[in-house]
Design a protein around this ligand. Structure first.
Ligand code: SAM
Length: 469
C-alpha cells in the first residue's frame, strides 16, 4: 500500500506562520495533512523544506505556484518564453521567472503619472499586477507610496485605493491627481493670487532669478495661508503639487536655473558650484506659465472614463501619512493587492533630496527624515520589513496578493529579493515566485546606486506572495 503521497497525487501545499499543509488524493479520496510548526517563524521556510525532503516529498513551490505557473507560460511581445530558474540552489522549489513582462513599447502610461519622485517605478509595473490579480472595485494598497504610482494607476483602472508614506510630501503629490481640475480654473486661480512683497527665510539666489523668487514666495505664502485657515481647495492643492514639481530641474520647463533632475534638489552650496562650473546665472522664469503648461501636459491623455474612475477612487481613498509597520486605519482582511517598493537599505537620501520641496510646503525635512527607514545593514532592514509584512498579512484579504519590488544593491553583492522571501513567509504568506522583468534600456543610468541593471538591460525584481483563501 502506498503510504506517502507521490508528487503527482499532491494537489496543493501551503505554508503559514504556524503550520504547513499538504492536500493530496489516494485511492480516489482527498486528504489533507496539517502539520504545526513549533519553531521560530524566521526559520520556518528552510526547516519546512527540509521536512518535505526527509518525507520523500517534492513540492512545486510553497503555494502550489499558481501565479508562477502562469508566468512560466507567459510569452513576451517578441514571442520569447519565460525563463524559469531556482531562486537559490538550496531552495529548488522556489522559482524566479525572467521575461519582458511589460515594456515601454506597451500602451503608453497615462500622462497623469508625469510627476517626478526619487526611485519611483514605472506605471507599467503596478498595472501588470493590478490587471492580473484584481477586479474593478477591489482595494489596491501601497505602504511606501512615494509619488503614488500604484494608487493612481489603480484608480485609473477603476480600483479603490489606500496609500501610505512616512513623508507627507507623498500625499501632497498624490491626492490632487484624483481630482484633476479644469485648466481654465487653474489659470483663473493663479491670476487671483495677490502679489504681496515678501522675503525668503533662506538664500535661494543660486537657484532663482530675483523676480522668479518673488513669484515663488508669493505663491508659497498664499498656499500656506490657505492651508492654515483650512480654506485650501482642490485647485489650490493642484497648484501646490505642480509648483512643488517644477521647483528645480534641468530645462526651462522648471523655475530654477539648470540643476540636477527635479527629484534630486542639490544643496545651496552644490548649486553654487554647478553655476560656477557652467558659468550660468538664473534667468527669469514665468512661474504661472510653467504651472499652466505642466497642468495641460498632465491632463492631456485622460479619458472621460478615467476621470470618473479617478474621482470615484479619490472620494473613497485613504491616504495615510505614517509608518507602514502600523496602519490601524486599514481594516483586517480588506486589501486584495499590495504593489510596493520600499527603500533599498540606505541608498536613496529621501530627506536631502526633498529639502526644497519640504520648504515650499512648510514641512520640516529634518523631522520627516527621522521617520524614513534608512537601514545600513540587511539585518536592520529585515527587522523593519518583517514588521511591515506582519501588518500586510493582517490587512490582506484571504485570496489576496502582495507584489514587493526590491533591487540588487551594494554592487550586486546583495539581492534583496532573497531576504524578502523568508520575511513574507514568516508573516504567514505563501511565496508564489520571484518575477524578474528584464527590459532593454535606452537612456537610464545607475544614478541611485541601485543596481537593477545588467549591461544593456533594466530589471525589476518582484517577490509575489499570496494569502490563502
Ligand atoms: C522607493 S520609494 C517608493 C516609490 C514609489 N513606488 C513610487 O513609484 O513613487 C520608497 C518610499 O518609502 C517611504 N518610506 C520610507 N520609510 C518608510 C516607512 N517606514 N513607512 C512608510 N514609508 C516609508 C519614502 O518616503 C519613499 O517615499
Amino acid at each position: 500500500m502506498q503510504k506517502v503521497p507521490t508528487r503527482d497525487k499532491i494537489k496543493k501545499t501551503h505554508f503559514t506562520k504556524k503550520s504547513f499543509s499538504i492536500h493530496f488524493s489516494l485511492s480516489g479520496k482527498d486528504f489533507s495533512l496539517l502539520l504545526f510548526v513549533p519553531f521560530r517563524p524566521e526559520r520556518i521556510y528552510p526547516r519546512a523544506h527540509k521536512l518535505y525532503s526527509t518525507m520523500g516529498l517534492e513540492t512545486r513551490g510553497p503555494a502550489g505556484a499558481g501565479f508562477g505557473t502562469m508566468l512560466a507560460g507567459f510569452t513576451s511581445g517578441d514571442g520569447v518564453a519565460s525563463l524559469a530558474e531556482p531562486l537559490d540552489p538550496m531552495e529548488p522549489s522556489l522559482r524566479k521567472y525572467i521575461n519582458e513582462f511589460w515594456t515601454s513599447r506597451q500602451r503608453q502610461a497615462s500622462s497623469l503619472h508625469e510627476i517626478s519622485y526619487r526611485a519611483c517605478f514605472k506605471p507599467q509595473l503596478p498595472r501588470f499586477f493590478i490587471s492580473l490579480l484584481t477586479k474593478k472595485g477591489d482595494i489596491v494598497y501601497d505602504p511606501f507610496s512615494g509619488r503614488g504610482t500604484t494608487v493612481i494607476e489603480a484608480a485609473l483602472l477603476g480600483r479603490n485605493v489606500i496609500a501610505n508614506d512616512a513623508n507627507p510630501l507623498s500625499r501632497i503629490m498624490t491626492e490632487p491627481r484624483f481630482f484633476p481640475p479644469d485648466c481654465q480654473a487653474v489659470e483663473k486661480r493663479l491670476a487671483s493670487i495677490p502679489s504681496e512683497g515678501t522675503t525668503a527665510d533662506i538664500d535661494l539666489s543660486m537657484f532663482y532669478h530675483p523676480d522668479t523668487e518673488k513669484e515663488i514666495l508669493t505663491l508659497r505664502q498664499y498656499l500656506l495661508a490657505r492651508q492654515e485657515a483650512c480654506r485650501d481647495d482642490l485647485i489650490d492643492r493642484w497648484i501646490a503639487m505642480v509648483a512643488t514639481n517644477r521647483l528645480t530641474g534641468h530645462s526651462p520647463g522648471f523655475f530654477s536655473v539648470y540643476t540636477l533632475p527635479p527629484n534630486q534638489a542639490v544643496s545651496q552650496l552644490s548649486q553654487q558650484r554647478i553655476n560656477l562650473k557652467r558659468n550660468q546665472e538664473p534667468e527669469y522664469r514665468d512661474t504661472h506659465r510653467i504651472i499652466l503648461n505642466k497642468t495641460k501636459s498632465l491632463l492631456c491623455s485622460i479619458t472621460a472614463e478615467e476621470l470618473r474612475n479617478l474621482n470615484h477612487a479619490g472620494k473613497h481613498a485613504r491616504l495615510l501619512t505614517g509608518d507602514s509597520r502600523a496602519t490601524p486605519e486599514i481594516p483586517n482582511d480588506s486589501v486584495q493587492l499590495t504593489v510596493t517598493s520600499p527603500p533599498f537599505l540606505d541608498i536613496v537620501q529621501y530627506k536631502d533630496d526633498n529639502w526644497l520641496r519640504c520648504w515650499f510646503n512648510g514641512l520640516n525635512d529634518r523631522e520627516i527624515g527621522g521617520r524614513i527607514t534608512m537601514a545600513r545593514t540587511v539585518p536592520a532592514w529585515s527587522e523593519v520589513m518583517g514588521a511591515v509584512f506582519s501588518e500586510l498579512y493582517r490587512i490582506t484579504r484571504p485570496g489576496g496578493y502582495v507584489a514587493f519590488e526590491v533591487g540588487e544593491v551594494r554592487k550586486r553583492s546583495i539581492r534583496l529579493e532573497e531576504h524578502v522571501v523568508p520575511l513574507g513567509i514568516s508573516a504567514g504568506f505563501a511565496c508564489e515566485c520571484v518575477l524578474i522583468n528584464q527590459q532593454t534600456f535606452t537612456k537610464t543610468s545607475n544614478i541611485w546606486g541601485v543596481d537593477n541593471m545588467a549591461s544593456g538591460t533594466n530589471t525589476n525584481r518582484i517577490v509575489i506572495f499570496s494569502k490563502s483563501g
